[in-house]
Design a protein around this ligand. Structure first.
Ligand SMILES: NC(=O)c1ccc[n+]([C@@H]2O[C@H](COP(=O)([O-])OP(=O)(O)OC[C@H]3O[C@@H](n4cnc5c(N)ncnc54)[C@H](OP(=O)(O)O)[C@@H]3O)[C@@H](O)[C@H]2O)c1
Length: 352
């Protein structure tokens, strides 16, 4: 049976595209806008409810209940409404930051809190919480926006675990760049300090748009809508919380993960500590491949300040069959068998 959707901020951009798409699929749709007169005639088949995320908590909750009553229940909530505040962290005004969080985080939470009990009673329901690739791998000077989306992501990660037992799901919707009104509507803390201290960010939203267009990294709103419709019909595996969308999104997610991995491997020596502590776990997958061992070893500088002393009586040796890869006060020999990893592994342990 066709689902009933609630889509916030449906008068523009992604919300509008999604509302049109699901209407065309035969779904019933409740759309919200701050000013319902702004909703286009293409959404005349939907029911409209006024909602401004700047409203106080109770008023947003009342709008959520009104939306629920429009068709008797809601199956899918697209928490889409939101905007971006632009400006280097140093010069952002406190009230602008608070307004950013009120719209992008606190207002969303009020709506979610209003709807969870109603959905729980029915034993089904989906929340699509619109974050952004910026919530995971943000750029400058979008610190306030990045932080608001990161906060929504963190709430959603906890939320989905909490509500799965009730038959509900929450997803982090993670769009990359899509050509909507998003950048033109971005608010900015422009002042003299912005121009003099951070001239590189002047006209950043136009530059940002141009770079994405030049790189061919422009999302298609219909594909985004189709994907969200698809997931609403066929849920992702439990534990899969993110829905990456747009050609740049997956790339940026993976690039950030690579940097985090390098960061951990490079600053959390010894990467082999868990092997020493827990020999039964065997070879950690990160260090099972020669090239990775080589690169991990090359990043570990010899010396007691960079390396925790092994907790038991072992010397730790980074070596291959033909060479010692890393030298230092913890390298003793390359001729000893590693009792954990076998001869092909470059990490060898010698019992003292
Ligand atoms: N486009 C992108 O590249 C992109 C990328 C990543 C994430 N996103 C996210 O996707 C969502 C939709 O953005 P979009 O691209 O469709 O931008 P958009 O075309 O500017 O649409 C934003 C919608 O949100 C509404 N809105 C903004 N602040 C609101 C508030 N305080 N209360 C109620 N409604 C509010 C706007 O209403 P008004 O018309 O009344 O202002 C509008 O309907 C946002 O959450 C955005 O952060 C967009």
């Amino acid at each position: 049976m066709s689902k009933i959707w609630l889509i916030t901020g449906a008068n523009s951009g992604l919300g509008l595209a999604l509302a049109k798409y699901v209407l065309a699929k035969g779904c019933k749709v409740v759309v919200t806008a701050r000013d319902t007169a702004k909703l286009p005639s293409s959404l005349s088949a939907a029911k409209a409810v006024a909602l401004d995320l700047n409203w106080p908590d109770e008023r947003i909750k009342a709008a959520g209940v009104e939306a629920w009553k429009a068709y008797g229940h809601i199956d899918v909530v697209a928490n889409n409404a939101g905007y971006s505040l632009t400006g280097p962290v140093e010069i952002l005004r406190a009230d602008d930051i608070q307004a950013q969080f009120k719209s992008n985080v606190f207002g969303q939470l009020s709506l979610i809190q209003a709807l969870i009990p109603l959905m729980r009673e029915r034993g089904s329901g989906i929340f699509y919480n619109f974050s952004s690739i910026a919530g995971f791998a943000g750029n400058s000077p979008f610190g306030a926006y990045n932080a608001s989306k990161a906060a929504l992501e963190a709430f959603t990660e906890a939320l989905t675990k909490e509500i799965v037992p009730f038959g509900l799901r929450a997803y982090i919707v993670e769009p990359g760049f899509f050509p909507t009104n998003f950048l033109t509507m971005a608010k900015s803390t422009e002042n003299e300090a912005f121009k003099t201290l951070y001239p590189q960010f002047e006209g950043i939203t136009e530059k940002y748009h141009a770079i994405h267009v030049k790189d061919g990294q422009v999302g298609d709103v219909d594909k985004l809508s189709a994907r969200l419709f698809e997931v609403s019909e066929k849920p992702l595996a439990e534990g899969w919380t993110r829905i990456p969308l747009g050609p740049d999104c997956g790339q940026r997610l993976l690039a950030k993960l690579d940097v985090i991995r390098e960061n951990v491997e490079g600053t959390y020596p010894p990467p082999f500590a868990h092997l020493i502590n827990d020999p039964k776990r065997g070879v950690h997958p990160d260090f099972g491949v020669g090239s990775r061992i080589r690169s991990a070893a090359s990043r570990i500088q010899p010396g007691p300040s960079r390396i925790r002393p092994p907790p038991s009586r072992f010397h730790v040796i980074f070596s291959s069959n033909s060479e010692t890869l890393s030298r230092g006060n913890y390298i003793v020999s390359r001729s000893l068998m590693c009792y954990l990893c076998g001869p092909s592994c470059g990490i060898r342990l010698e019992r003292r």
